[in-house]
Design a protein around this ligand. Sequence first.
Ligand SMILES: N[C@@H](CCC(=O)N[C@@H](CS)C(=O)NCC(=O)O)C(=O)O
Length: 210
Amino acid sequence: MIEVHHLNNSRSQRILWLLEELGMDYEIVHYQRDPVTRLAPPAIKAVHPLGKSPVIRDAGLVVAESGTIVEYLVGRYGNGRLAPAADYKSADYVAYLHWLHFAEGSAMLPLLLKLYVSRLKEAGAPLAPRIESEIKNHFDYMSAALGDRDYFVANTFSAADIQLSFVLDAGGARGPLQDYPNLVRLDERLRARPTYKRAIERGGPYELGR
Ligand SMILES: N[C@@H](CCC(=O)N[C@@H](CS)C(=O)NCC(=O)O)C(=O)O
């Protein structure tokens, strides 16, 4: 059975949700963030040297990095669900890959910088304009790409929406989401899915973005 190494209030919520969408059996190994540093406990390094969550164990493999985990689970167990058919000549499939990678490769960086730089108080002020303009750049881009459609890829719910949901959550906690009504509606649409709710029941409270 798939083992998910799950840190509270973290990106691994997406993996629980994805497994619920796929209707798979899985076991959760819970870890709690240090209440002061917010870091993961060292025990998770015994599973993967980066010591980050999510990490999964499945069929003798250890898979880290949420984009990789999403691609792995959908590719191995999706049976055509939650992604366009893997065809590198298909605009929909390439868009799917783009959004999977954009979430962690681009969108999360300035959101995390904002969080860290805020701890420097006044000393971090010179960095704020650049960080804010990059966050706006990413949210403008996501909002324009979504337009008045319901989902990012082929207007069909996919694992790319799951992967992007953490960006919406992080944006909700740190400000910009509220300026984009179509992204707020998407966020509400995603949170209304029964699978999303079941993942929270199993994973424990998830307060990011709220
Ligand atoms: N890009 C990685 C980021 C992994 C990551 O930074 N996870 C955070 C939780 S959201 C974590 O484990 N933080 C605790 C720590 O760094 O000690 C992914 O998407 O899996």
